[in-house]
Design a protein around this ligand. Structure first.
Ligand SMILES: Nc1nc2c(ncn2[C@@H]2O[C@H](COP(=O)(O)OP(=O)(O)O)[C@@H](O)[C@H]2O)c(=O)[nH]1
Ligand SMILES: [Mg+2]
Length: 253
């Protein structure tokens, strides 16, 4: 007898698109419209995560989107604080088989969705990550100082983790959800976006990359603060040297 391991019978990837929102309006709208247009049958849900400080203008757009697209748009108000908290909760409640980690400020270009889908269809990848450092990718409107720091960070940690992954910090990735489920998360702020690549990497996840260009947002501002950049070093070093067993949740007895 063939055991049915999931209820997927149509070959759909069943992707939960995670969209954290603080101050985006037209950028969120364009992101959602492009997702629905390009992901088609592979879309399981668009999971919009709002916070206490999400602006009233953004909430109006969220309501309009919800009305227009119906049940495939889910809105969740986070209880944990900050961007890492939003993402941790999203991973917990996403009901698809794949999870797309992205933003709603258009810095994660939604036009790239078909490229992620084609890559994951090759069948052997747990994570498809966008890279700004691969040939064909790049940065537009990124500060020189940040670019140099980013370059050095990637170089050092690529060696430390003995990986060929070229972009560890660009939070635009398609995950097989089962690689996220066993992980024990720590970070509540932006460094979570690094943690959620490094922990699966250390646990043996098969990761590949596609080139992508990062373009600075045209509305609102980043919630990240420059000084917070140093917290990335802490989680990167800790995750590298802690025993692998401590990266996963304890199994219930
Ligand atoms: N729900 C929620 N969304 C957030 C939070 N912080 C940032 N975001 C959203 O997450 C996305 C990425 O955040 P951003 O601050 O632009 O990060 P950066 O591009 O790495 O500087 C944007 O669409 C933000 O609006 C948060 O605390 N809660
Ligand atoms: Mg951004």
């Amino acid at each position: 007898m063939v055991m049915e391991t999931n209820n997927r019978t149509d070959g759909s990837l069943r992707i939960s698109f995670i969209l954290p929102v603080l101050n985006e309006t037209y950028s969120l709208r364009q992101t959602v419209d492009t997702i629905f247009e390009l992901a088609r049958a592979d879309l399981h849900e668009a999971l919009i995560i709002t916070a206490e400080r999400t602006t009233p203008e953004s909430l109006v757009v969220v309501e309009t989107i919800k009305k227009e697209y119906g049940a495939r748009v889910r809105v969740h108000k986070q209880t944990l604080p900050f961007l890492g908290g939003a993402m941790q909760e999203a991973f917990e409640i996403a009901s698809g088989e794949h999870v797309m980690l992205m933003a709603s400020d258009l810095e994660t270009d939604p036009a790239m969705i078909p490229a992620f889908i084609d890559k994951v269809r090759e069948g052997c990848w747990d994570i498809v990550a966008a890279s700004r450092w691969l040939k064909g990718g790049g940065f537009e409107g990124y500060s020189k100082t940040k670019l140099i720091l980013n370059y050095l960070f990637q170089k050092i940690f690529r060696i430390l983790y003995r990986t060929t992954v070229t972009d560890l910090t660009y939070a635009y990735r398609l995950y097989r959800k089962s690689v996220l489920e066993p992980m024990r998360w720590e970070e509540l702020k932006h460094p979570f976006l690094l943690e959620c690549l490094l922990k699966p990497l250390r646990c043996g996840a098969r990761i590949t990359e596609i080139p992508c260009t990062w373009r600075a947002r045209t509305e609102g501002t980043s919630a990240g603060v420059f000084i917070g950049t140093f917290a990335y070093l802490r989680i990167a070093l800790k995750t590298r040297f802690v025993p692998a067993g401590r990266l996963r949740k304890k199994k219930r007895q």
